[in-house]
Ligand binder design. Structure first.
Ligand code: AMP
Ligand code: MG
Length: 338
């Protein structure tokens, strides 16, 4: 295939983003806007309104940045799921409208596959165990057979959301992760529950425990530090077992929480002991963005997976709120191995 240009739209949760990827030149545009609040969590309808209000402006900026005319885009892609329905609908409708209007194919991408493929793209890791830690999702994933498979996961709430939940209760606003990281630097360790069940982890009880300690007067810095150390250790314990089970020699940290430098440091230590190569997705690409959708979409386009070509197919394109990663086919893996 010659030069192909994909425009990817991300809108699963708090971020609306447009990324343009050129198969020869790489990233040529990356525009994003994140919905934030000072105090409470995400209000889905308001978040969707934010996305709706900003989508046209982001498209305009992305085209300016890439110095392209929209007619030069070869295909459009969107985050089909998983995510918050009101947010997902905005991205889906926008991508659909553009693909129909400019008569170009439309590709439906699994947001999680977007994170994984983007992580590999930037770090050059080939076949890692992924420690995927974002707001809603926390999963230890590796490719086995023909799919990405989940080896362990957070049972109720993802680590990012757990940090945000704690942050909300103690008045840090959203997103709380970066503030917790800063506060933790001045904290000391307090014993809090450590909950690994088989290959899964459970954060909700830990958060409640920390909120209760806060109400009883525990220092916020100590709670932030202990929450981080405990949560990260739990995930690394499961990662070590996934590495042993799969025999893989690489570990790759991705998702919004991968921005946490303490987590990266702990991962590096564990991997060094096991003689495994450790990677972390660059900070800039650890959170939700349009490039992740374009990168996965490019692989899908080349291997003809979920490429909606006809008017009818495009009109039927939908969202898939609970689309699990182990339900995604990965035909590009076989193609590029050869
Ligand atoms: P994502 O859903 O992948 O965009 O990730 C968003 C999540 O990452 C939110 O829950 C944030 O609180 C969390 N996050 C962002 N930066 C950090 C950080 N430095 N430390 C811990 N968590 C973070
Ligand atoms: Mg995400």
């Amino acid at each position: 295939m010659g030069e192909i240009i994909c425009l990817g739209i991300e809108s699963t949760a708090h971020t609306i983003a447009i990324g343009i990827l050129d198969s020869k030149k790489g990233i040529i545009a990356d525009q994003r806007s994140m919905y934030t609040t000072d105090k409470g969590g995400i209000i889905p309808i308001e978040c969707a309104k934010h996305h709706k209000d900003l989508k046209e402006e982001l498209l305009k900026k992305a085209l300016e940045e890439s110095k392209l005319k929209i007619e030069e885009i070869d295909f459009f892609a969107y985050s089909e799921g998983p995510g918050l329905p009101p947010s997902l609908i905005v991205g889906k409708d926008f991508a659909k409208e553009l693909a129909l209007k400019y008569n170009k194919p439309l590709v439906g991408v699994n947001h999680l596959v977007g994170h994984l493929e983007e992580g590999k793209y930037f770090t050059k890791a080939k076949d890692p165990v992924f420690i995927f830690v974002s707001g809603a999702n926390t999963q230890i994933i590796a490719h086995e057979g023909k799919k990405y498979r989940v080896f362990g996961e957070a049972l109720s709430v993802g680590l990012g959301n757990a940090l945000d939940k704690f942050g909300r209760a103690v008045g840090l606003g959203f997103p709380a992760g970066p503030k917790i990281e800063q506060l933790a630097k001045k904290g000391n360790f307090i014993e809090i529950p450590y909950v690994v069940k088989g290959m899964d982890v459970e954060f909700s009880g830990i958060v409640t425990h920390c909120i209760n300690l806060y109400k009883k007067g525990a220092k916020i810095e100590d709670l932030c530090y202990s929450l981080q150390e405990t949560g990260f250790s739990m995930l690394l314990e499961v990662t070590e077992r996934a590495l042993a089970h799969t025999g893989k020699k690489e570990a790759l940290l991705i998702g919004g929480v991968a921005a946490n430098q303490r987590f990266v440091e702990m991962l590096n230590l564990m991997c060094k002991e096991r003689k495994v190569k450790s990677f972390a997705c660059p900070l800039k690409y650890s959170g939700d963005n349009g490039i992740q959708i374009a990168i996965a979409a490019m692989l899908q386009y080349k291997s003809d997976y979920k490429v909606y070509k006809t008017k009818k197919q495009k009109e039927l394109a939908d969202i898939n709120t609970n689309w699990r990663i182990d339900q995604v086919e990965t035909p590009w893996m076989d193609m590029f191995k050869k």
